[in-house]
Design a protein around this ligand. Structure first.
Ligand SMILES: Cc1cc2nc3c(=O)[nH]c(=O)nc-3n(C[C@H](O)[C@H](O)[C@H](O)COP(=O)(O)O)c2cc1C
Length: 212
């Protein structure tokens, strides 16, 4: 037996987030932070949703490149010429969803996206990117342009051409406003929601269990 933060005893085989609300938030941020650094993590490739220019939902997989639980910020990279960039420039509302089937944990984040193209955030992200990742930003024609056949595009090969892709590179930083945690368990699922207030605060202003 072990103690959770409310002092209640529970079976040690049950994870802390089964009974303990703060532990749900800790687990969520730990998994997101691992997702940003560990390519084998299921949280490495979450789904990011935006509001389409026609008002309809748009969703796609992105690679999680950064996560700072203290500031509630997450980061992914994209091409400035992509639809999602135009969508987020028009409407910064964004949702991010990750699911780890082995851990049976889903995390859903809703927040605001800021687009970084020519500032230190973008420079640092570009500098930390591997050559293999940088190549994508030199694709011609631009992402999403219709082409006559599947191979009808060109990727840069020479270093100067690859580095010219910096002009198309953007870092998207998400500031989480709400985080929802869902843990699937045969004995009963656990669902929790956290809402955040002041941008500088990592502590939620509201935390509650939800019926699953
Ligand atoms: C595993 C995986 C990882 C991806 N990572 C990214 C990414 O980090 N950034 C990105 O812009 N697109 C990424 N994509 C491609 C997007 O899912 C999407 O197809 C593309 O960006 C076009 O989206 P848009 O038209 O909504 O802009 C990834 C796709 C897969 C399957």
């Amino acid at each position: 037996m072990a103690n959770d933060t409310t002092g209640r005893l529970f079976e040690a085989s049950e994870p802390a987030h089964y009974h303990d609300l703060p532990a749900c938030l800790d687990t969520a941020w730990r998994m997101l932070a691992e997702g940003a650094t560990d390519r084998r993590s299921a949280f490495h490739a979450p789904m990011a949703s935006s509001v389409g220019l026609d008002g309809r939902p748009r969703v796609r997989v992105v690679i999680l490149r950064g996560c700072d639980p203290a500031s509630r910020r997450l980061r992914f990279h994209t091409d400035r010429r992509s639809d999602k960039f135009a969508e987020l420039a028009r409407h910064p509302a964004i949702a991010l969803t990750a699911y780890d089937a082995a851990a049976k944990i889903q995390v859903r984040i809703e927040g605001e996206a800021s687009l970084h193209t020519d500032d230190a955030v973008a420079d640092d992200a570009w500098d930390a990117s591997r050559r293999f990742s940088r190549i994508c930003y030199g694709v011609e024609p631009a992402p999403g342009v219709a082409i006559a056949d599947g191979g009808g595009f060109r990727l840069p090969e020479a270093d100067d051409e690859i580095n010219a892709g910096r002009a198309h590179f953007a870092a998207v930083v998400i500031e989480a406003r709400t985080l929802e945690f869902l843990y699937l368990a045969s004995a009963g699922h656990r669902r929790a929601r956290f809402s955040f207030g002041d941008p500088a605060e990592a502590m939620p202003i509201e935390a509650t269990w939800l019926a699953p």
